[in-house]
Structures are given as structure tokens and as C-alpha cells.
Design a protein around this ligand. Structure first.
Ligand SMILES: [Zn+2]
Length: 113
């Protein structure tokens, strides 16, 4: 599962940052998920709970912020906010779209106590 791999990598990253900055306990982690990243936020939080269970991070608050992605229509050139329920151009109904933003998942903030 995609989300599990992401959480595993994120856990390693958070631990690395905590070690580097000598953070003893982490209160909150904020992750930003682009709507075109293919990551399902609810799966992501379930996986986070699974990978941190029994670790020093199991009490850490995990916050997911979603970011609306934008896409460009290759037929008419329009740039618009991508709606995952209707992946076609709002102007010409074209289906040849390229994602511009919202493809990424970023570890936005780590709050230490
Ligand atoms: Zn178009």
C-alpha cells in the first residue's frame, strides 16, 4: 500500500529531524497533501497510527492539510483548480490535462514540546 510506504518514510524523516535538532518529544506534525498526489488523507492517518503504534511518536498529533491542485488543459490552455470528481476542462470539456500543482506531499511542520 502506497500510504504505508509514505508513513514509513515520514517516520524516518521525523526521527532524523528530531535527532538533529535534539527534540525530545514531538507534539504535532503537519503534513500537506496535494489533491493530485494520489494520496488519500484518511488512509494516510490510519497508516500513521499503524507505523507509530508503540513508538515514541504514538501520542503525536498528526494533522493533514489538503491543498487543491491545479491543472492545465492541453486543448485550450486554460489553467484551473482540478476537481477530482470531474477531471475535464471546465472550458472546453477536454480530457487532455496536465497537473501543475498539488502533486506533492510535504512534511510542513514539526512542533516540539
Ligand atoms: Zn480546455
Amino acid at each position: 500500500m502506497h500510504e504505508l510506504g509514505i508513513c514509513d518514510a515520514m517516520l524516518k524523516m521525523v526521527r532524523g529531524i528530531a535527532k538533529e535538532n535534539e527534540l525530545n518529544s514531538i507534539q504535532k506534525i503537519t503534513v500537506e497533501v496535494g489533491s493530485l498526489s494520489g494520496v488519500v488523507p484518511s488512509f494516510l492517518s490510519d497508516c500513521w497510527v499503524a507505523v507509530t503504534d508503540g513508538t515514541e511518536l504514538q501520542e503525536t498529533e498528526f494533522v493533514i492539510e489538503t491543498l487543491d491542485g491545479t491543472a492545465k488543459c492541453l486543448d485550450c490552455g486554460l489553467e484551473f483548480t482540478a476537481n477530482l470528481d470531474d477531471l475535464s476542462c471546465p472550458e472546453c470539456r477536454g480530457k487532455k490535462l496536465v497537473p501543475l500543482t498539488g502533486k506533492d506531499l510535504t512534511l510542513k511542520e514539526i512542533l516540539a514540546t
